[in-house]
Write a protein that binds this ligand. Structure first.
Ligand SMILES: C[S@@+](CC[C@H](N)C(=O)[O-])C[C@H]1O[C@@H](n2cnc3c(N)ncnc32)[C@H](O)[C@@H]1O
Length: 223
């Protein structure tokens, strides 16, 4: 048994949620909980994204939740530091890229990586699902929202983690909430829906009525 397997079993025993989930892609450590995982999967099954982008991979919990629930053609996640949680970040980045050929991880700053050339090359059909969970500063979150929203497809959605978060399960990150509120104020075409369970919150944005109906249904059945 290698070191990672020992580590895996140790954390699996410590964290019953991991055993309940029963997926080898769910890292025992991370900043995304099981309620969020369940919500992501329900939403992904109904929204049916083909092209996805994420800022903030960390240990890949949000990424694997989406990969397992959707039939994606392209999914790129960007993280400035895969050692943010060490060694799990790199282990899960490698595992997901091996098992899901549609998945690619780029280690870099989203403010540098997300250029017009990047979008033209990787998302010529637009993006159906964006997860914003990287830089949690006001400027960082707003940047990720502004640049990615320009390439979101007509029926696309943007999910921002930690919107209006608080205890017991989340922590308050007012910069993220303010960035999302500022973005929505200046992009009236996007409608916002809020999901929150025990303080862990998402803002979900879309400008498509069909997706809005789906988001509302999934959100109200997952409170
Ligand atoms: C809250 S964690 C993301 C959790 C992740 N979505 C999950 O499910 O485990 C935030 C991550 O964003 C990354 N990050 C911070 N600033 C960034 C930036 N400017 N560009 C890309 N990633 C960034 C950090 O390295 C960290 O791994």
């Amino acid at each position: 048994m290698n070191n990672y397997s020992r580590h895996f079993i140790f954390f699996a025993l410590l964290m019953p949620g991991h055993l309940l989930l029963g997926s080898k892609y769910w890292c025992p450590k991370g900043h995304f909980n099981l309620n969020q995982h369940n919500f992501f999967q329900k939403l992904a099954r109904d929204v049916k994204p083909k092209y996805a982008l994420e800022t903030g991979f960390c240990t890949g919990r949000s990424a694997s939740s989406l990969l397992e629930a959707a039939q994606l053609k392209t999914f790129i996640s960007i993280d400035i530091n895969l050692d943010y949680i060490k060694p799990e970040g790199r282990i899960f980045a490698q595992l997901l890229q091996k098992d899901f050929p549609e998945f690619k991880l780029i280690e870099g700053d989203s403010k540098v990586v997300l250029t017009n050339d990047f979008f033209a090359e990787n998302f010529p059909h637009g993006i159906d699902w964006v997860t914003v969970d990287g830089d949690h500063s006001y400027a960082g979150c707003l940047h990720d929202l502004e640049v990615s929203s320009a390439y979101v497809s007509e029926h696309g959605i943007i999910i921002i983690d930690d919107y209006r978060s608080s205890g017991p399960d989340g922590v308050s990150i007012p910069h993220v909430t303010s960035a999302v509120d500022y973005f929505c104020k200046h992009h009236k075409e996007f409608k916002i829906t809020v999901w929150n369970h025990r303080g862990k919150g998402f803002a979900i944005l879309t400008r498509c009525e069909t997706q809005d109906t789906i988001i509302n249904r999934v959100t109200s059945s997952s409170d």
